[in-house]
Design a protein around this ligand. Structure first.
Ligand code: ADE
Length: 242
């Protein structure tokens, strides 16, 4: 996969992708990240990327010309290319969107700043608008990094044991079950016996039930009937789920 990021703070992106799972994906050539400084696509001596809004009002907007030029300068080496604008007005990002985006060959991310971008950028350049939550950040860089992290770890081969991403919270629509490591007893707190039993079937049932119970308690909104088996529903009923 290739990801191009267009930003006025290129170091913010370049630094953050030089750690951990993302850095490893780059080293293994499963991922290429190219960071573009939006100011390189200006042609005035102040390298200005923003301007006042027509019609007045407070705040500055990212101008259309540098953004169009930056996207046009990126090789269109595939048809499977998305131009994503990070904005609080976008579709709310979730694990399913991360999964779908992890199948793309080429993503271009535009990090908004100031009051946002000229509307013509949304209309003619951008294919997807994505938000990471109902709050306003001072720019799209942190949201772009959130997307990159969530997407890249789903590319097959990036995480050592691909299973571990498949078992994450949300990957099957509900929260993950509790996990324990050694020691089996710490300060009087014991690891549940079933996990020490060595019985894979019993362990699997326990893990599923714990995940369901946890989701019922913390994130009722995630429990969708169509994703639940009859056994799941029977178990949830014992906890008062209707
Ligand atoms: N830019 C500013 N706030 C944002 C948010 N919540 N999501 C995506 N981009 C943003």
């Amino acid at each position: 996969m290739r990801i191009d990021v267009i930003t006025v703070f290129p170091d913010m992106i370049a630094n953050a992708v030089s750690y951990g799972v993302i850095a490893r994906a780059i080293t293994r050539e499963l991922l290429k990240i190219v960071v573009h400084d939006l100011r390189d696509y200006t042609n005035d001596k102040h390298r200005s990327v923003d301007d006042y809004c027509y019609g007045g009002g407070a705040g500055m907007l990212l101008k259309p010309e540098p953004l169009f030029k930056a996207v046009e300068a990126i090789d269109a080496n595939t048809d499977d290319r998305k131009v994503i604008l990070l904005t609080p007005q976008g579709r709310l990002f979730n694990q399913e969107m991360a999964r779908q985006l992890s199948l793309s060959e080429h993503l271009i991310m535009i990090c908004g700043r100031y009051k946002g971008v000229d509307e013509r950028v949304r209309e003619s350049l951008v294919t997807d608008e994505i938000s990471i939550g109902d709050y306003v950040l001072s720019g799209g860089e942190i949201p772009a990094l959130v997307l990159i992290d969530a997407i890249v770890r789903l590319i097959p081969g990036v995480i050592g044991n691909y299973e571990s991403a498949q078992d994450d919270s949300f990957s099957d629509g509900i929260l993950d079950c509790p996990h324990y490591t050694r020691p089996a007893e710490y300060r009087g707190m014991r690891v549940p016996e079933v996990l020490l039993s060595g019985d894979p079937k019993k362990i699997k049932t326990w893990q599923r039930q714990q995940a369901l119970a946890r989701t019922l308690k913390k994130r009722l909104d995630l429990l969708k009937k169509e994703l639940l088996s009859n056994e799941d529903i029977e178990f949830l009923k014992t906890l008062g789920y209707e």
